[in-house]
Design a protein around this ligand. Structure first.
Ligand code: SAM
Length: 474
C-alpha cells in the first residue's frame, strides 16, 4: 500500500487516497461533535490556518450555529488579511486547439464542431489594447494543450507581445499563465518571460475519476499533472495557483485533496499556493453540465469558500465570471480576494465580438457586466477594486509575499497600491459615476493608512497622478 507522505514528490503519496478516505471517515465521525467543531473554529483566531482533517470536520458539519460561526470567522479573517480590497483580472484565450479528450471541456479533440482559433501576434495586440482600454492591468493567459499549434515558444512570444504594448496610459503589468502541465525547462522559460502566477487546476484529485474524465491525450497522466506544481517550483516559479473544477467529482474528496496539495507545497517548498480558484462546471458548446451528477449548490459553494478562507488565510481565493453577480456577492463577503471582470472565454472577442456561428468560447459566463459596471458594483458594496501588480514586479513572490502578509503590512503596502491603481482606473477609464465612487473610496481609505510616512507619500502620488503621472507602487 502507498502511504501518505506530504513531503514526497510522488503524486500518490502526497495526495494519498487512503488518507483522504480516512480523513472523510474522521470527519463523518466528528461532524456532530460540537465541542470539537467549536474548538477548531476557535483555533482559526490564531490566523495560522487549519489542517485538512480539521477543515474536513467543518465541511461535513451541518449545525446551524456552527455554520454561522464559520461564516462570521471567514468574514473576520478576510477583513484582517485583505481589508476591503478585491484584485481584478481578465482571462485572455490565445488558442483553443487541444489534443486532450477532457469529457467536460468543449475544446476536446473529438469536437469537430467548435471553430478552432489561434490568435496571431497582431490579433493579440488588438485584444490587449481592447483590454487596456477597459482598464485591465492583469491577465490570465489560457490555451488548450497542443504541442504543434501552441508550443511553449508561441506562449513565450505572446507574453513578450503583451508586455510590450503601451497604449495611451494602458499597460498589462502582470501576466499569469494557465496552460497545461509541462516540463521544468518550460516552467523556467515562463519564469524568465516574467510571468506572475502559474495556474493549473487539478480538475479532480481522485485518480480513478481523473483518468475517466481525461480518457485520452497527455493530460490523462494523473501523476504528471498532479506533480506539475513541484516542477513549476523547481523551474523557479514560486507563485502557483491551484484549484479543482467543482462538479466533476465528489466535492468532499476534492476539498480534502486540494488542502493536502497546499500542505504538500508548504512542506516541500516552504510556501503554499499563492491562490486557489474555485471554478464550477458550466454548460459549453457540446457539454451539458447537468449530465455531471456531482454539481454543488450555491449554499455549499459559499460554505466551501468560507472554510477555505479560514483554513488557508494567506492564500488568495479567486472566483471567475462562471458565477453570477449574486453568487459573487456572497463569496466575496466570505473570502474571495480576486475576481475577473468583463471576461470573454472565446479566442478573440475583446476587440470585436465573435459572430454567433463562430463561437469559440470554452464555457458560458454567468456575469456579463462591463468592467466599469463591476468596479462600480464593488465600490457601492464598500470594496476597493485593486489593479495592483506590484508584488511580483518588486520581487515579492513566494515566501517574500507571505512574510509581508504575515507581518500585517497589507494596510501599509497593498492598500496604498490598491488606491493608487484605482485612481488610475478612475482617471483613465471610469464612467463619471464610477469615478465619483472611486475618488470617494480613495479619500476615505487613504486616511486609514497606518504608517504616516507611507500615507504622506500616497497623498503626494495621488496628487502627481492628477498631473498625468502613472504607475506608482510600493
Ligand atoms: N488546457 C489547460 C489545462 O490542461 O490545464 C488549462 C486551461 S483551461 C483553458 C482552464 C480551465 O477551464 C480548465 O482547467 C478547467 O478546469 C476549466 N473548464 C474546462 N471546461 C469547463 C467547463 N465546461 N465549465 C467550467 N470550467 C471549465
Amino acid at each position: 500500500m502507498v502511504s501518505y507522505n506530504p513531503k514526497s514528490l510522488k503524486a500518490e503519496e502526497f495526495i494519498n487516497d487512503q488518507e483522504i478516505l480516512d480523513t472523510l471517515r474522521y470527519a463523518r465521525e466528528n461532524k456532530d461533535n460540537l465541542a470539537l467543531v467549536n474548538q477548531i473554529i476557535d483555533k482559526t483566531d490564531e490566523l495560522k490556518g487549519l489542517s485538512h482533517r480539521e477543515a474536513a470536520v467543518l465541511l461535513l458539519c451541518e449545525d446551524k450555529a456552527a455554520l454561522e460561526r464559520i461564516f462570521a470567522q471567514a468574514t473576520k479573517i478576510k477583513d484582517a488579511f485583505y481589508g476591503n480590497r478585491i484584485v481584478m483580472f481578465a482571462p485572455l484565450y490565445l488558442s483553443n486547439y487541444c489534443v486532450n479528450g477532457c469529457t467536460y471541456c468543449p475544446y476536446h479533440l473529438k469536437n469537430k464542431h467548435i471553430p478552432r482559433k489561434k490568435l496571431t501576434q497582431e490579433e493579440i495586440r488588438r485584444e490587449v489594447i481592447a483590454l487596456q482600454d477597459m482598464g485591465h492591468k492583469r491577465l490570465a493567459l489560457e490555451t488548450g494543450e497542443d504541442p504543434l499549434h501552441n508550443p511553449i515558444e508561441y506562449v513565450l512570444e505572446s507574453i513578450r507581445t503583451i508586455y510590450s504594448i503601451q497604449h495611451k496610459n494602458g499597460a498589462i503589468r502582470r501576466v499569469n499563465v494557465n496552460i497545461a502541465a509541462t516540463t521544468v525547462e518550460n516552467y523556467r522559460k515562463l519564469k524568465e518571460a516574467g510571468i506572475g502566477t502559474y495556474i493549473l487546476f487539478q480538475e479532480t484529485y481522485n485518480k480513478e475519476q481523473y483518468e475517466l474524465l481525461h480518457p485520452t491525450g497527455p493530460k490523462h497522466d494523473y501523476a504528471y499533472h498532479t506533480e506539475a506544481m513541484d516542477r513549476a517550483m523547481e523551474g523557479g516559479i514560486d507563485d502557483v495557483g491551484c484549484g479543482v473544477l467543482f462538479g466533476l467529482n465528489l466535492y468532499q474528496y476534492d476539498f480534502v485533496g486540494l488542502l493536502m496539495h497546499a500542505e504538500h507545497l508548504e512542506a516541500v517548498h516552504g510556501v503554499g499556493p499563492h491562490t486557489i480558484s474555485v471554478p464550477r462546471l458550466r454548460n459549453a458548446d457540446d457539454i451539458d453540465a447537468s449530465s455531471f451528477t456531482n454539481g454543488i449548490s450555491d449554499e455549499l459553494f459559499q460554505k466551501i469558500v468560507a472554510i477555505l478562507r479560514i483554513t488557508v488565510p494567506y492564500t488568495g481565493l479567486i472566483v471567475s465570471t462562471r458565477e453570477s453577480q449574486k453568487t459573487r456577492e456572497m463569496v466575496i463577503r466570505y473570502g474571495v480576494s480576486q475576481i475577473s471582470g468583463a471576461s470573454k472565454t472565446s479566442v478573440g472577442g475583446y476587440a470585436e465580438p465573435e459572430a454567433e456561428e463562430e463561437d469559440s468560447s470554452q464555457f458560458e459566463v454567468n456575469d456579463n457586466r462591463t468592467l466599469d459596471e463591476v468596479v462600480g458594483w464593488l465600490l457601492k458594496m464598500g470594496y476597493t477594486p485593486s489593479f495592483c501588480t506590484a508584488c511580483y514586479r518588486e520581487g515579492r513572490t513566494g515566501d517574500r509575499f507571505m512574510s509581508l502578509v504575515k507581518k500585517g503590512q497589507i494596510r501599509n503596502c497593498c492598500l496604498p497600491n490598491a488606491l493608487m491603481t484605482l485612481k488610475e482606473f478612475a482617471e483613465d477609464y471610469a464612467s463619471p459615476e464610477t469615478k465619483r465612487l472611486a475618488l470617494e473610496m480613495i479619500e476615505k481609505e487613504a486616511a486609514t493608512i497606518p504608517n504616516e510616512k507611507v500615507r504622506d507619500i500616497v497623498y503626494q502620488h495621488l496628487h502627481d497622478m492628477d498631473g498625468g503621472m502613472r504607475d506608482f507602487r510600493f
